[in-house]
Design a protein around this ligand. Structure first.
Ligand code: PHE
Length: 486
């Protein structure tokens, strides 16, 4: 086991971590992915399950990850190992750190392709290539943009280069400053688009689509997607938040920080939904259109509104920036692990990682053109990366983290680290011990087809199950009583 020679870097300002973590959380997941998967899974019920997952699983797991990072002061692998050894538990738990690091890397491999779309649409906006196009043209433009591997590869390579350039320069430089103007800018752009949507004729339908709860429309696959997206959008179980937490000064409140990041992230996603769906409905596009949803719809609005070209350029600048502040956080875990353990410089670590990343992301990029037929069980490579990370690795990683913090570690470590008032600590412990794990397990049981869980009908039974499991857990684990007493 090696210990870093130098004291670990910390964020610059008081807001440093909040800004960087918000920058990581708010990204293509909110603006590109949330609307399109909401469309694919039928709207309202999906949104409700997603919100429940953020609250019941995302927030407690995020607090846990930040605490792991800060207490272990290292990359996910090192931090988890240090924290478990401190409690006298098996270092094998650091496998959770390995899985998180791998997930972050896999996500980045397809994320740069989507970020590349954003950059290429910025270019199209600037050069006026989208002017005068109607709905059908937009669909064709998206397809044509993907069809040429050199075009698509150029943009994803550009994103890879930019990401590695920023990461190579270090954690503090630039991240905090760029997020502090980009976030408000993004919110203003979304408000303008929502304002436009209110007059486009599709707003009422969009509102109903997003917020009216129709339990029947949700499949088990949709529930697993909602759970996975809660992890994805908060950058959990992928090394990002944990590694950023390792740079957090010891006096900052983890709970308050987590809360502000989660609220900002959720608001941006809902706003993105409210910006995109009115345009979808007003133009007769299909909400289940898939990954191209954003790129086929928003340019239509930019053409129709006053100052549209200007707003369109600003929007894609901000979307590209939001993508970059997320992508840098995905490799931070790998790079900081290499720096701490292999004795190489940050620059070398970043560029070395970048080369491997470039190879894998190129394969992902080819899924849209040359490799469109290279499928396995109906999914191409790009889909596999997304599917494996969001539906499996992140929920399972989060489950592991929650159980580890809830049952395995000495209760003092996290009591100190989180520094919560006793009743809040008890609530956090209740969440990581029972609510989050049970939520994750129930969704898995449903998705694997072991048993059908219809939330609309069975929620009283689920509450009863929660109560029983809690009771059993507390009888079996006398530690909680000591925690509550202390
Ligand atoms: N949360 C980011 C987004 O919504 C994506 C991300 C996933 C970032 C995992 C870091 C780690 O775009």
């Amino acid at each position: 086991m090696t210990t870093p020679q130098q004291p670990r870097a910390q964020w610059l300002g008081r807001w440093g971590f909040v800004l960087a973590a918000t920058g990581s959380a708010v990204g293509l997941g909110n603006i590109w992915k949330f609307p399109y998967i909401t469309g694919e899974h039928g709207g309202g019920a999906f949104v409700l399950v997603y919100l429940a997952c953020i609250l019941a699983v995302g927030v407690p797991v995020m607090m846990t990850e930040i605490a792991f990072g800060r207490r272990g002061r290292g990359s996910p692998i090192d931090a988890v190992r240090r924290v478990v050894t401190e409690s006298g538990r098996s270092p094998l738990w650091s496998l959770l750190g390995w899985m998180a690091m791998l997930a972050g890397f896999m996500i980045l491999s397809f994320y740069v392709v989507v970020a590349g779309w954003s950059f290429s649409y910025l270019w199209k906006m600037v050069t006026g290539q989208l002017a005068g196009s109607n709905v059908d043209d937009m669909v064709a433009i998206f397809a044509a943009n993907n069809a040429n591997p050199f075009n698509l590869g150029f943009w994803s390579t550009l994103v890879t280069l930019l990401t590695m350039l920023i990461v190579g320069k270090g954690v503090q430089a630039g991240i905090e400053r760029s997020v502090s103007w980009m976030m408000p800018g993004m919110v203003i752009m979304l408000l303008i688009l929502i304002g436009y949507g209110m007059f486009s004729g599709g707003f009422g339908e969009a509102w109903r689509f997003l917020f009216s709860f129709n339990a029947g429309s949700l499949t088990s696959d949709g529930m697993l997607a909602a759970l996975g997206h809660a992890f994805f959008t908060l950058s959990l179980a992928s090394g990002a938040i944990l590694t950023y937490g390792s740079y957090l000064p010891s006096r900052t409140s983890i709970a308050r920080t987590t809360f502000s990041v989660a609220v900002a992230d959720t608001l941006v996603a809902l706003m993105a939904g409210l910006a995109i769906f009115p345009i979808i409905f007003a133009n007769g596009l299909n909400p289940g259109e898939g990954p191209g949803l954003l790129f086929m719809s928003l340019p239509l609005a930019f053409q129709a509104m006053p100052l549209g070209t200007l707003f369109g350029i600003l929007f894609f600048v901000m979307l590209s920036m939001a993508a970059l502040t997320s992508s840098i956080s995905m490799v931070e875990a790998t790079v900081s692990w290499l720096v701490d353990n292999k004795g190489i410089s940050r620059r070398t670590a970043a560029w070395g990682t970048g080369i491997v990343l470039w190879l894998i992301s190129t394969l992902a990029m080819l899924s849209f053109n040359l490799g469109a037929d290279w499928t396995l069980a109906g999914r191409h490579f790009f889909d596999w990366l997304d599917y494996l990370t969001s539906r499996w690795m992140m929920p399972l990683g989060g489950l592991g983290m929650a159980l580890l913090a809830g049952f395995v570690l000495k209760s003092e470590s996290f009591r100190e680290e989180l520094g919560l008032a006793p009743h809040w600590h008890a609530l956090w412990l209740f969440m990581v011990r029972y609510v989050s794990p049970l939520g994750i397990l129930v969704i898995f049981v449903d998705a694997l087809g072991i048993a059908r869980v219809e939330f609309g009908m069975h929620w009283p039974w689920l509450l009863l199950l929660l109560a029983l499991v809690t009771l059993a857990g507390e009888i079996l684990s006398p530690r909680l009583r000591r925690t509550l007493a202390g």
